[in-house]
Design a protein around this ligand. Structure first.
Ligand SMILES: Nc1ncnc2c1ncn2[C@@H]1O[C@H](COP(=O)(O)OP(=O)(O)OP(=O)(O)O)[C@@H](O)[C@H]1O
Ligand SMILES: [Mg+2]
Length: 336
């Protein structure tokens, strides 16, 4: 038996993947004091996207007509397999660059490891998985930082570039645009079940490992200006942020939203994460959820890890799940 299989990585973490993010309301409270502040010394470039919109990555205009993108993501194990955990964490970290319409250039690893409990060979597997995905994305991995930590954690800080006029921003949504979603939902529920039972869901792993690169390139080529990736705050949480930042209302057709096989039945079996419940509680005051059951609303709020791109626009082969309309009483409206 390989080292990876002797240890169930998810059992060394209190939460898993993006579900271990600080809840959205708490996070906004925490970082609100930082908004508006700027460097005392003259900055090296104009800040194009900062803290204000809660966007996926920071963007600064640099020389040669480029925007420099910076983002960091790390979390506790979302699956037991160390190599897959590494691949998922890297795909998730790279995703924020794609969600801005950019190209990743160089990444550095962020590693926390319980050295007394888990072998270093397992950490090496995690890193190997991460590097394989970054390299597949054409991104260098050129350093990192590693600490002794009671819980295993892994992710990357990624630097990328984009065209300043072609950024996919949170706040560029306009009434009349369709909403498209490039990956099915449900990985949160399935990961929670995996953590409880050890059952492996290959379709969920394949979805989390998949890069958002081609969707991002296609979106930029199609002239789409507004996008985000669907991660820990779930479809409803990220869509709420996008609609709020864009000054519009987002209407979701629940029946049009795709799910991974097994997600619905796992919800019925009780494998919903606390993070998904918190997501729903966060958006509820701003959402009209009267047309759907509480189970359906929970599915829509499922905390994703390395989820797809949510686009204000349409791409061939990508399901349309709703539309943006002029701002109404609610920022979010869910139809059956
Ligand atoms: N500790 C922090 N200090 C400053 N800003 C933060 C901090 N934590 C999060 N943020 C900012 O808050 C906003 C929301 O964070 P969040 O992690 O949801 O965004 P994200 O990077 O798109 O996430 P994800 O990787 O899950 O897609 C982002 O703009 C992020 O940069
Ligand atoms: Mg994001």
């Amino acid at each position: 038996m390989s080292t990876t299989m002797e240890y169930r990585l998810t059992q060394y973490a209190h939460g898993g993947g993006c579900a271990c993010k600080i809840p959205p309301g708490e996070l906004e409270e925490l970082v609100k004091g930082l908004a508006g502040a700027s460097p005392v010394e003259s900055p090296a470039g104009e800040l194009l996207v900062g803290l204000d919109g809660g966007d996926d990555a920071a963007a600064v205009r640099i020389e040669n007509g480029l925007a420099l993108l910076a983002t960091a993501d790390f979390f506790t194990p979302v699956v037991d397999n160390a190599y897959d955990f590494g691949r998922i964490a890297a795909a998730n970290a790279l995703s924020d660059i794609y969600a801005m319409g950019g190209r990743p250039v160089v990444a550095v690893n962020l590693l926390g490891w319980p050295r007394d409990v888990l072998p270093a060979s397992l950490a090496a597997e995690v890193l190997r998985g991460g590097v394989s995905v970054a390299h597949a994305a054409g991104c260098h991995v050129a350093g990192g930082h590693s600490i002794d930590d009671p819980e295993p954690k892994y992710g990357m800080a990624v630097t990328g570039v984009a065209s300043p006029s072609q950024l996919l921003r949170n706040d560029a949504g306009r009434a009349g645009l369709p909403l498209s979603l490039t990956k099915p939902l449900g990985v949160g529920i399935l990961n929670n079940r995996h953590k409880s039972t050890g059952e492996v869901f290959p379709e969920a792993v394949a979805s989390m490992v998949a890069l958002n690169r081609s969707a991002s390139v296609a979106a930029v080529e199609a002239g789409i200006a507004c996008a985000t990736d669907v991660t820990g705050f779930g479809l409803l949480g990220h869509l709420y942020k996008l609609a709020r930042a864009s000054g519009v209302t987002a209407v979701v057709s629940a029946a049009a939203v795709p799910y991974l096989a097994g997600a619905r039945e796992s919800l019925a079996a009780g494998y919903v994460s606390g993070g998904s419940r918190r997501n729903l509680e966060w958006v509820a005051p701003y959402a009209d959820l009267s047309a759907v059951s509480s189970d359906e609303a929970l599915l829509l709020a499922d905390a994703q890890t390395s989820g797809g791109l949510l686009l204000a626009g349409e791409l061939p082969g990508v399901p349309v799940i709703g539309e943006l309309v002029p701002r109404q009483e609610h920022v979010l409206v869910v139809r059956s």
